[in-house]
Design a protein. Sequence first.
Length: 556
Amino acid sequence: MKQQLEQAVTVLVTNLFGVTVPVALNRTDERFGDFATNVAMQLAKELGLPPREIAGKLAEAVQAQLSDRIQKVDVAGPGFINLTLTDNTLLDEVNTPVFKINSGQKVLLEYSCPNAFKELHTGHFYQTIIGDALGILLEATGADVYRANFGGDVGLHVAKCLYAITAKIGEDVTKLTEVDESDRPTWISNLYVAGAKAYESDESAKLQIDEINKKIYAFHSENDTESPLAQIYWTCREWSYDYFKSFYESVSVAGFDKYYPESQTADLGLAIIKQHMDSVFTESDGAIVFKGEAVGLHTRVFVTTKGLPTYEAKDLGVIQQEIEDYPYDRRILMTGNDQTQYMQVIFAALNQINPELAAKQSHLTNGTIRFGSGEKMSSRLGNVSRAADVLTEVNKAVTADDDETRQAITLGAIKYSFLKHRLGGDIAFDINESVSLDGNSGPYLQYAYARACSIIRKAEHRVGDQALADLEAGERLLVRKLSEFNEVVIKATEDLMPHLICTYLYELAQTFNRFYEQNRVIGHERELARLELVKAYAKTLQTGLRLLGIPTPEKM
């Protein structure tokens, strides 16, 4: 509706004044109408006319030409044009399917990206929820979405973990059977922390870990699955992948189309670098680097002096592998804010290698989840908040009559707490606030939906045919808010900002509460018509929550 009206008014501007200026309509306070535009002020200098004179002429044309959709046009202030839509125009927009703005587009989303031999922490949890919501939004607006997960199964962090494992059990793989399946993620994570501390404090341990690191790459290049250390490596790597899959299922997110271990992209990255030596990459003190200063960035190492690929090389490899596996029009990568400059260098190098592929890349960053103390967590130091702990603690704080509802509310509380914030900033996570049935929370909106379902159930025996027409004031305010839904979804998808939907749903629930307090539904002479409004409200709430990946129980 909004886009159609903008196009119609744009045509009128061209016909009236002989210039083409895109007209933007913005929602305005209901006291002034439904939409407003400042196009008259934009045109004033070019046309050499007072803004109000331009606005007056355009308002007359809009009223005459678009009277089937616009009830009233007013000129306000220095030249604003306020439009009030007809009731039927608003009603037509309610429950209209989401416009397919991304129809036919192929999008690859890469997010979550945990490393094997470590536990998922809150940063991974946050990225998983955001990435899942973005995938749902893109699919809802017509895109074909491929979900990719890229993580480290080789590198120093793995060597540190294996060092600590062998210090604990030697190289006897059978001793791994003594680790209970439910304890495996924590067991591995604790040993990684021990290995990381040893690497920083013990020179002998550091040398041993560096040697183990070389062996890990050899496990892949030589296809070694039989040596004692290799057996421990492959077993624990599989434990990590099983754990990741189980966690994703537990939080009800879409599955990943492919998980890319760094071991599978390292050789491809090395090959790309070798193909572009001297033209893109140069040798420096025995290492291979990209000198980013030439494009206003900084130098980064892509191959170490020991001939091992760095994260940078592996990132080039995964970009190439993903485009081969899923020929995409657009790739959206999500990382933490601390990776911003790092990815700028990767994309700059890629731009010199393959400008067309580089143009398909986009990078979203997220802030840090902070808890009571406000400190930033670190898996290396062992003070990280585990994703599983967040689930457990929020679940304890939820009050529900059955396990299924408790799980739904738990997920609603966590997901909404993450999603309601603008992507990019830090998040202060408060468990009590997240589960509250009062205020801007997931359970509040879930309860709002369940309450609407309850009203509808109470009126199931009501029959008759009463169309929504000639809306009363309270009804119109609710319809007006409902009519905004498509616009919000489109903007949230275009800007990749799911928090816009959270804000809208919270405002919608508040609008409905005011309507319900002031306008009787069951027993009123317009009961059947108002029940249709309640149904439209419930459907919009349910659709919006599902676009965020949040469950919608009908009873709470």
